[in-house]
Design a protein around this ligand. Structure first.
Ligand code: ZN
Length: 458
């Protein structure tokens, strides 16, 4: 039956759109295991996506949509399934300067879009480490977050319109350009963050912002945990809408990324308990820098900050950001388990201390690094215990996830659920919520062909 399906797919899709064997296996390279797909489809248009899904739906064969394959929760695992790569649909279709919107195909890489709209004096504010390969369709399917959510929201907040293809091949084109449009259910939100389980995103209309004309970045140190939220609220108020990142690093993360073999050097001396990268994006290149400095100097005088280094050039801004983004140093601790939890700021200090202690009691040599987007309540927790087998993984996951339920936290702030967190979803969602998700899945994909087993158990 699979043979028949593949030959039908070849007949309806354009030349080179169906990869099999080694060609398919070679494409299955991502940041997490992807298995070996039976075939990889590379449609060139929405109509081709529709044709492909119609045939797979008739044959009741699993289809796993692929974007840039840089997800961290095994949402693209496609062993023995048909993978549907949007890589050929990578165009920026239109940039509307007056309306400040961009219409793009799902396979367009995030960075390519950002560079394209910059040429028009516009700005697409989503910013994350995988920007070079992550695609807009993947960002939408996973509701990507990243470094500037504090100011601009998550992907969900940047999408105005969407085109999706449903499991049976039905095309739903809803390429709305309006910011205000209350005409019934906001259907696009159903698909944003659904990780390819409800439909395949093919095109999107995105909201753009004016390109900032100033960027100011500082690394500061504070004396204790309560100083962090105090500083956050202070700079949020005083920077009056221009605060764009508030990235906290616990001391051990800071030490790791500023000590050889790391490339980076400490802009602020070591030995403080917490460090914060503060960024402001503004519109007055002449005066924003002065104002940024005054605000931080006043915080230093008041003791809300105990040390600070302000970047004096674009190059210094980049160097400070590079510390925050130094994935290579984090990988040095491999084998590692990575988490992206979120929880109310008032519970963070106790949560981190509790997780660290619980890990140490089970693995005396455990290393735990914590950093993240504190302005959004989102922490990244990196755990290294020396082992990486399935049983160890489960024990580490329970240790990190279980305390979240009691404080209203989430097991996934921005990475999604995929296969990796599926079995823990009930820690963050009620049984009524899970039941409604299952009903929605059955309604839109009754034969369970779209990314089966992801988010919701089979
Ligand atoms: Zn993040």
């Amino acid at each position: 039956m699979m043979e028949k399906l593949i030959s039908e797919l070849k007949s309806v899709l354009s030349d080179g759109a169906v990869l099999e064997g080694d060609d398919a296996a070679q494409k299955a390279q991502g940041w997490t295991p992807m298995g070996v797909p039976r075939a990889v489809l590379r449609p060139g248009s929405t109509e081709e996506v529709s044709q492909a899904l119609r045939l797979c739906h008739q044959a009741k064969v699993a289809v796993v949509p692929w974007g840039g394959k840089t997800g961290l929760v095994e949402g693209t695992f496609a062993d023995k399934a048909i993978a549907l790569s949007l890589e050929r649909m990578n165009r920026v279709i239109e940039v509307d300067r007056m309306g400040a919107t961009a219409t793009v195909e799902a396979g367009c890489p995030l960075q390519a879009l950002c560079e394209r709209v910059e040429e028009e004096g516009l700005f697409f504010p989503l910013d994350l480490g995988a920007r070079g390969s992550a695609t807009i369709g993947g960002n939408i399917s996973t509701n990507a977050g990243g470094n500037r959510v504090l100011r601009f929201g998550m992907m969900r907040d940047m999408v105005l319109g969407l085109e999706v293809v449903l499991a049976d091949g039905t095309i739903v084109t809803s390429l709305n350009h309006l910011i205000k449009n209350n005409t019934g259910y906001d259907l696009k939100q159903l698909f944003i963050g659904s990780e390819g389980t409800l439909g395949v995103v093919t095109r999107a209309v995105l909201r753009l912002r004016p390109l900032p004309s100033s960027q100011n970045v500082a690394m500061v140190a504070v004396s204790d945990f309560p100083a962090l939220p105090k500083l956050l609220r202070r700079v949020e108020k005083e920077l009056a809408g221009t605060l764009s990142a508030f990235e906290v690093m616990w001391e051990d993360f800071y030490n790791l990324v500023t000590t050889p073999p790391a490339q980076g050097r400490a802009p602020v001396q070591k030995g403080y308990p917490y460090y914060v990268l503060i960024e402001s994006l503004g519109g007055e290149a002449g005066t924003d820098g002065k104002r940024f400095r005054q605000i931080l100097e006043a915080a230093l005088e008041d003791g809300d900050i105990i040390d600070a280094a302000i970047a004096k050039s674009q190059d210094e801004c980049k160097k400070i950001w590079a510390l925050r983004d130094d994935v290579a140093q984090v990988m040095q601790l491999a084998p590692i388990f990575t988490f992206d939890v979120s929880l109310p700021i008032r519970h963070m200090e106790d949560y981190v201390a509790g997780v660290r202690a619980a890990l140490r009691s089970q693995w005396p040599n455990a290393r735990t690094l914590v950093f993240g987007h504190m302005g959004d309540g989102n922490l990244h927790v990196i755990v290294s215990v020396g082992e990486h087998d399935a049983q160890t993984r489960h024990r580490v996951e329970l240790t990190v996830y279980e305390p979240l339920a009691a404080c209203g936290g989430s097991i996934s702030a921005e990475h999604g659920i995929g296969l990796q967190k599926r079995d823990y979803l009930s820690l963050s969602r009620s049984s009524a919520e899970l039941a409604l998700m299952s009903r929605m899945k059955r309604m839109l994909d009754p034969d369970n062909i779209l990314n089966p087993g992801k988010i919701i158990p089979l």
